[in-house]
Ligand binder design. Structure first.
Ligand code: SAH
Length: 395
C-alpha cells in the first residue's frame, strides 16, 4: 500500500482522531497513489497512524477512513459504516416525523466527503472529495441494497469539488426516477423538493426540528420570514395558525415553489405573501415604512465558510439582526440563525448582542437551537457543527 509520512510532531491531531491531514504536515509520499486511493499514514518514525484517502490536489491532502491498522478499507468496510449511519437515524426515530432525512453526514458518520439525503424513495448522493469519488460506485450499490431506495440521483455540483480537482457531476446514478418534483412531509407539512435544481441536495434538512419549533411560536402572530427559500418556516408558521406570513427571498424559483407548497398544504388564505427581494434592502424598506412584526425569522445563506471570512460575515449578520430587532414589536420573537462554519456559537451570540445594543433594544435568549440529529457532530471533528440559532424575545 502507498504511504504518506508526516513531518515530525505533526501527528498530534490524528492522535486526537481528527480525520484530516493538511498538505503542510506532509513530509513524503511513498509509492504513486492515485487520487482517492487508500494510503497508510505514518509518523516520521514509521509508526502507523491511520488509513486515509489520498487527495493530491487538495490542501486537505488525506482524509482518514480508519484509525485501525487491522481494518481493511473495502466494500465491507463501507457496508459497516453505512449500517451504523442508518442505525443512528432509526435510533433518532426520524421516520415518525418525516420521510426526508440526511442518511450520511460525511466526516461525522465516518465517511469523509460523502453526503446522502433521503427524500421518500429517492436518495440524493453528493460526493465532495477524491476519496468518496474513488468509491462512489461501491457506495451507490451498498446504499441501494441497504435502503431499498428506487433511485439514486447524484448532485456532485458543490463548489468544494473544485478544490479537489473534481469536475461537476449530476444525473441519475442508479434506478429509475419518479416524476419530479418529489413530495415529502415534515411534521405533517408537505413540501415539493426539486432534487435536480434545488439548493444543496434539494432541501434544508438541517432545519427540520427548528422549523417546527419556531412554527409553534407563530400562533396568532404577524410573521416575517427572511431568506425563506421554498417556504420551510413560512408553512410551519401558517400551519400553526399565524395571522399573516410575509416571506422574502431573492430567488424567484424558490418563491414559486414556496407558493406551490402553500397550495399543496391548503394554505390559500390572503395572509400569506411572497416577495422577491434582497433581504438587506427589504428590511430597510420595512423600517422606512414603519412596519412591524411579532415574529421574525432570519435564516441567511452561509456568509463565512472559514474563520478567515468571519469578520466580513459578522458585519452582515449584525446588519440584518439589528434591523430585525427594530422591526419587532415589544414582546416579539426573533429566530435568528447562522450556518457559517467560520462563526461559532459564542461569536454568533456576541454579534446578536451587539445588534440588540445598537438597535437600542433589550432582549433575552429564550432558546438555543442547532442542526438536527441527522447532521451529527463527531466529537473529534468540531468542524461538523455549523448551524446555530437563537430564539430571542424583545422585552
Ligand atoms: N429557511 C430556509 C432555507 C434558507 S436558505 C428553509 O428552511 O428551507 C437561504 C436562502 O436565502 C436561499 O433561498 C437564497 O435564495 C436566499 N438568499 C440568499 N441571499 C439572499 C439575499 N441577499 N436576499 C434574499 N434572499 C437571499
Amino acid at each position: 500500500m502507498p504511504e504518506i509520512i508526516l513531518k515530525p510532531a505533526r501527528e498530534k491531531s490524528l492522535l486526537r482522531r481528527h480525520p484530516w491531514v493538511f498538505s503542510g504536515a506532509l513530509d513524503q509520499v511513498v509509492g504513486a497513489p492515485q487520487p482517492g486511493e487508500t494510503v497508510d499514514v505514518l509518523t516520521v518514525k514509521g509508526e502507523f497512524l491511520a488509513k486515509a484517502a489520498y487527495s493530491p490536489h487538495s490542501q486537505i491532502r488525506a482524509r482518514v477512513w480508519t484509525f485501525d491498522q487491522n481494518e481493511a478499507v473495502d466494500a465491507d468496510f463501507f457496508r459497516r459504516r453505512i449500517d451504523s449511519a442508518l442505525a443512528l437515524r432509526i435510533t433518532l426515530g426520524l421516520s415518525t416525523v418525516s420521510d426526508a432525512m440526511r442518511l450520511i453526514h460525511a466526516e461525522s458518520d465516518g465517511l469523509p466527503g460523502l453526503i446522502v439525503d433521503r427524500y421518500g424513495e429517492v436518495l440524493v448522493l453528493q460526493s465532495l472529495t477524491a476519496g468518496s469519488e474513488f468509491w462512489r460506485d461501491t457506495l451507490a450499490d451498498i446504499l441501494l441494497e441497504k435502503t431499498g431506495a428506487s433511485a439514486i440521483y447524484e448532485r456532485s455540483d458543490a463548489d468544494v469539488r473544485e478544490l479537489e480537482g473534481l469536475p461537476i457531476h449530476t444525473g441519475l446514478l442508479r434506478g429509475k426516477m419518479p416524476s419530479l418534483p418529489l413530495t415529502i412531509q415534515e411534521f405533517g407539512v408537505k413540501f415539493l423538493v426539486n432534487v435536480e435544481t434545488g439548493h444543496k441536495t434539494g432541501f434544508y434538512l438541517d432545519q427540520r426540528q427548528n422549523r417546527q419549533r419556531v412554527g409553534v411560536l407563530a400562533y396568532g402572530r404577524d410573521v416575517l420570514n427572511c431568506f425563506c427559500y421554498t417556504g420551510g418556516f413560512s408553512l410551519h408558521a401558517a400551519a400553526a395558525g399565524a395571522k399573516t406570513v410575509l416571506s422574502v427571498d431573492s430567488s424567484a424559483d424558490a418563491l414559486a415553489l414556496g407558493q406551490e407548497n402553500a397550495r399543496l398544504n391548503g394554505q390559500t388564505g390572503a395572509g400569506l405573501e411572497w416577495r422577491e427581494a434582497d433581504v438587506f434592502q427589504a428590511l430597510r424598506k420595512f423600517r422606512d415604512e414603519r412596519r412591524s412584526f411579532d415574529l421574525i425569522i432570519l435564516d441567511p445563506p452561509k456568509f463565512a465558510a472559514t474563520v478567515s471570512q468571519a469578520e466580513k460575515a459578522a458585519r452582515g449578520y449584525k446588519d440584518i439582526n439589528l434591523l430585525a430587532f427594530k422591526l419587532l414589536r415589544p414582546g416579539g420573537i426573533l429566530a435568528t440563525f447562522s450556518c457559517s462554519g467560520g462563526i461559532d456559537v459564542a461569536l454568533f451570540q456576541k454579534i446578536v448582542a451587539g445588534a440588540a445594543l445598537d438597535a437600542g433594544v433589550e432582549a433575552a435568549i429564550v432558546e438555543q437551537l442547532a442542526q438536527d440529529g441527522d447532521h451529527p457532530i463527531s466529537l473529534h471533528f468540531p468542524e461538523g457543527a455549523y448551524l446555530k440559532g437563537l430564539i430571542c424575545r424583545k422585552i
